[in-house]
Every structure is written in structure tokens, then in C-alpha cells.
Design a binder for this molecule. Structure first.
Ligand code: NAD
Ligand code: UGA
Length: 458
């Protein structure tokens, strides 16, 4: 069969895999190939156990894999055959040298640019899918045009806004698709070619275009605004705890103002995930590079409140459990950074686990999807922790439960049974406010939600 377009995606991760599966699913007329340097990841994409858990993803991959979606390690060949190349490699925070702990580490991205340049024998459109600092497209252009082999490249920015756990829905019905391009005739032609791909299933009014720098910046700003909302409500949760106000009631009252909206106002243990902190740090770094110290300080405050919220959670446990956690057995309900994913990158549970072990607690961790990642994240202190999939078994004999992830299943557990098998007095620290606190209190628990009055039997 001949296909209308040959699309390649470099990077078979949380973004590359699902986004390309959606394009292949919606556009049977295109051939989509996803390549990666990691052979195990590619083997997993070609197996019955995909390398990432995302509701609805298995079904789509099963439908299109081998039809017009292919996973491969043959990067050079993929580049040669493709007319459009999405780059969705990881862009973590630099851990070394200038900008360590702040700036984006662009080594994977630059390696990809060089690979594309070396292997290309025909003109190509290169699409930045990874989240990148503003002006990265300029660097990409410079790398790609550094040899005069007559191949022409157009660079587009097309940031991804999907969230994990709802990735398939976000990709199928996105709030918007953003395409940034150079405002030259070649840039606009390339932009229109990418737009045509999305127009196969996304309503035209939801596909927006902009200049390339606005597009790159919009991605960082979107994540910064989302994270800022969480830090705002979390900051208020601490004030609620001092004043007997209830953060859920405050969030409802505030969120009903249609100018503000009611989403992303759930007070929590703090935000996690691979991107919020990284993208905020990136924004802060960019501002400092341009001498905008006050702006940088402003956005850094969002991260500071997030760190404060996690530490506040631990100090609250310590304070409530008679100023010592040493020898106390504490069970973490959930380890993933949010529900419906096995991803644990930057999960607040990592911080909480390390702090609890530091306080010499005995730690038990349960999670329906993230226990393998949890063992990797805590590899250096693994022997001090029990990892148990069944929550009833995990909580048995514990002094306290701390909810880290808002898995629906936790709200449906039989807490009377759990209470019976715990040490007394039994504590619950609900870092996600998902449990029925009054009911737990009536069962016998001492209950400590986030941003709400505690319910105790003392
Ligand atoms: P990931 O780590 O899951 O996947 C990246 C993949 O790229 C890895 O499998 C890695 O092996 C591969 N890779 C690295 N260098 C390569 C190279 N030179 N050639 C081929 N493959 C290479 O990362 P991710 O979560 O998919 O994120 C990718 C980008 O998308 C990041 O910039 C991130 O900020 C952004 N983003 C992520 C999400 C999300 O939900 N995770 C959402 C929106 C945007
Ligand atoms: C986030 C954005 O929502 C996506 O639009 C973006 O594409 C993505 O980052 C990215 O660039 O990687 P994601 O991190 O997958 O998506 O998940 P979110 O739903 O945003 O949750 C992030 C964290 O905030 C989680 O730990 C979640 O539990 C927490 N959160 C979220 C709260 O604590 N309170 C809320 O009200 C909402």
C-alpha cells in the first residue's frame, strides 16, 4: 500500500508513543513510524505490555500497530524515509555545569538534530514536540543548515498539552493545537502541511497558529500557570488549617467566578510529574538570562510553595504523632504522581518516603500501577521499605496511612476492616482529600486532611 505521507517521530516516550498512535489511528492514509535509541522501549511498544500505562492507549495501539503505525530502532532509515519528523525526546533539567538544576539539558535534542542532518537526503519539516526553551528553534535551524548539502529544513513548534492519565482523551479532543512557524512563505507552507494532519480530526477553530517564539513560550507559560494555580490553592490550604476554614469550600466559592474557573483548584500534597517543576525552572532560568530578576523570583515562588507543601505534610505528621515517627509504621497509599498513570517522575511520594525513612519510620508503599517505578526511585533505601500491592495487606499493622495519589479505588476501600488491623491510635493523613473524613472519624481514625479542620479523638 502507498501512503500519502511518511511521518517519523524520534522519541518513543510518554509523548511520542501516544501522540503518534493517535495520528495513525485518525489518519490511516499516513504511515507513522516511532523510533528510539532505547531498544527495550521499542520491544515493549511492539509487545502486549506497552512501556507506559495510559487508559485507552492499548486499544488504539492494537488497532493500528502493523497497519500504519510502526515502532523501530532504525533511526537513520526512519529519517531518510520521512517527510515530516516530530522530535519528542526528553529534555530534563541539567544536572551538571552551567545552569545545573535550572536550565534544560538539550544534549538529547541536539544529538537528534545532528542525526537528522547527517541522515537526510531530501527536504524535511522538523516539528518540535518536546518542551523547549524559547529560541531553541533558532539553534535547531543553525545546526541543520550548518552543512551545505542542498537539503532544506523547515522548523515548526508544535508543543504537546496532553496530561498523563487523560492523554488519549486530550489527544482526541484537544482544547487547542498550537503550531508556531517562521513567517516566511516556506514557514507558512510547512505550517499548513502540519495543520492538514491535525485537521483530519481536530475542528479547524481549535488549531491555532502563531510565530514560532510565541509557540515555544506558550508551552512553558501554560505549565507555569497550571502549576501556579496549584501552589495558590496549596498556599491557602495552610491558612485554612490555621483558621478552621475549609479549602474545598473556599475553592468552590472562588472557582464559581467564571473569570477564574473551577479546574486545578484541588489542594494536595503538592504537584509532581516530569514537567511542571522542570518547565518552571526553565522559565526562571530564561528570565534570569535576560536580566528579569523580579519576574524570575515571582515564578520561583511557585516551586517554593510546592516544596513547602510537601515538607509541611511531614511536619504535620510529626507534630500529630507525638513528635516522633521513629519506629512507627506508615503506609503510603499511592506512589504515582497522579491517578491513572504508573509514572512516578517527581512524585511528591518520593520526597515523603525519603523524609519518613530519615525520621526512621518503617515504610510500606502500595500502588496499583507504580510499584516497579517506586522501587527504582527508592533503590538506595529499598531494603528499608516494603512494597505491597494489596492495600489491605499493606496497611495491616500500621500506625498511619498517608494518601499520596488520588486513585478512585482508595475511596472505595472498606476502612472498617483496615482500621481493625491497624495499631491504635490509628491516623490517616489524606494528602489528596479524596476520602470520606467524617466516616473515617466515626470508624475510629484520627483524620488529617489538607486545608480542612482535623477530626481527632484526643
Ligand atoms: P520520555 O523520557 O518518556 O521519552 C523520551 C524518549 O526519547 C526516551 O524513550 C528516550 O530514549 C528517547 N530519546 C532520547 N534521545 C534520543 C535520540 N537521540 N534518538 C532517539 N530517541 C531518543 O519523555 P516524555 O515524557 O515523552 O517527554 C518528551 C518531551 O515532551 C519533553 O520535552 C516533555 O517536557 C514534553 N512533554 C511531556 C508530557 C508528558 O505528559 N510526559 C506532556 C507534554 C510535553
Ligand atoms: C501537565 C499539564 O496538565 C499538561 O497540559 C502538560 O502537557 C503536561 O503537564 C506536560 O507538559 O508534561 P501532567 O503533569 O501529566 O500534565 O498532569 P496534571 O494533571 O497537570 O497534574 C500535575 C500534578 O498536579 C499532579 O501531581 C497532580 O496530582 C497535581 N494537581 C493537579 C494538584 O495537586 N491539584 C490539582 O488541582 C490538579
Amino acid at each position: 500500500m502507498t501512503f500519502e505521507k511518511n511521518i517519523l517521530c524520534i522519541g518513543a516516550g510518554y509523548v511520542g508513543g501516544p501522540t503518534m498512535a493517535m495520528i495513525a489511528y485518525k489518519c490511516p492514509q499516513y504511515r507513522v513510524t516511532v523510533v528510539d535509541t532505547n531498544p527495550e522501549r521499542i520491544t515493549a511498544w511492539n509487545s502486549d505490555t506497552l512501556p507506559i500505562f495510559e487508559p485507552g492507549l492499548d486499544e488504539i495501539v492494537k488497532k493500528v500497530r502493523g497497519r500504519n503505525l510502526f515502532f523501530s530502532t532504525q533511526i537513520e532509515r526512519g529519517i531518510q524515509e520521512a517527510g515530516i519528523i516530530f522530535v519528542s525526546v526528553n529534555t530534563p533539567i541539567k544536572t551538571f555545569g552551567a545552569g545545573a538544576g535550572m536550565a534544560a539539558d538539550l544534549q538529547y535534542w541536539e544529538k537528534t538534530a545532528l542525526q537528522i542532518r547527517e541522515a537526510s537526503q531530501s527536504d524535511k519539516i522538523i516539528v518540535e514536540k518536546s518542551t523547549l526553551p524559547v529560541k531553541t528553534a533558532l539553534a535547531m535551524e543553525r545546526i541543520l543548515t550548518a552543512t551545505a548539502n542542498g537539503v532544506h529544513f523547515d522548523i515548526l513548534s508544535n508543543p504537546e498539552f496532553m496530561a498523563e492519565g487523560t492523554g488519549i482523551r486530550d489527544l482526541e479532543t484537544p482544547d487547542r493545537v498550537l503550531i508556531g512557524s517562521r513567517e516566511t512563505s516556506a514557514g507558512i507552507k510547512a505550517r499548513d502541511e502540519l495543520l492538514e494532519i491535525y485537521a483530519n480530526w481536530v475542528p479547524r477553530e481549535r488549531i491555532i497558529t502563531s510565530n514560532i517564539w510565541s509557540s515555544e513560550l506558550s508551552k512553558l507559560v501554560s505549565n507555569a500557570f497550571l502549576a501556579q494555580r496549584i501552589s495558590s490553592i496549596n498556599a491557602i490550604s495552610s491558612l485554612c488549617e490555621k483558621t478552621e476554614a475549609d479549602v474545598t469550600e473556599v475553592a468552590r466559592a472562588v472557582g464559581m467566578d467564571s473569570r477564574l474557573g473551577d479546574k486545578f483548584l484541588n489542594a494536595s500534597i503538592g504537584f509532581g510529574g516530569s514537567c511542571f517543576k522542570k518547565d518552571l525552572l526553565n522559565l526562571v532560568y530564561l528570565c534570569r538570562q535576560y536580566g528579569l530578576e523580579e519576574v524570575a523570583d515571582y515564578w520561583e515562588g511557585v516551586i517554593r510553595i510546592n516544596d513547602y507543601q510537601k515538607e509541611r505534610f511531614i511536619l504535620n505528621m510529626l507534630d500529630t504523632m507525638f513528635n516522633t515517627l521513629a519506629g512507627k509504621k506508615i503506609c503510603l497509599f499511592g506512589f504515582a504522581f497522579k491517578a491513572n498513570t504508573g509514572d512516578t517522575r517527581e512524585s511528591p511520594a518520593i520526597y515523603v518516603s525519603r523524609r519518613l525513612v530519615e525520621e526512621r519510620s518503617e515504610l510500606v508503599i502500595t500502588d496499583p500501577r507504580a510499584l516497579i517505578n517506586a522501587q527504582t526511585d527508592l533503590a538506595d533505601i529499598k531494603e528499608k521499605i516494603d512494597f505491597i500491592e494489596d492495600p489491605y495487606e499493606a496497611a495491616a499493622g500500621c500506625d498511619a496511612i498517608a494518601v499520596m495519589t488520588e486513585w478512585d479505588m482508595y475511596a472505595e476501600l472498606d476502612f472498617e476492616k483496615i482500621y481493625e488491623n491497624m495499631r491504635k491510635p490509628a491516623f490517616i493523613f489524606d494528602g489528596r482529600n479524596i476520602l470520606d473524613h467524617r466516616n473515617l472519624f466515626d470508624t475510629g481514625f484520627n483524620v488529617f486532611p489538607v486545608g480542612k479542620p482535623s477530626l481527632t479523638h484526643f
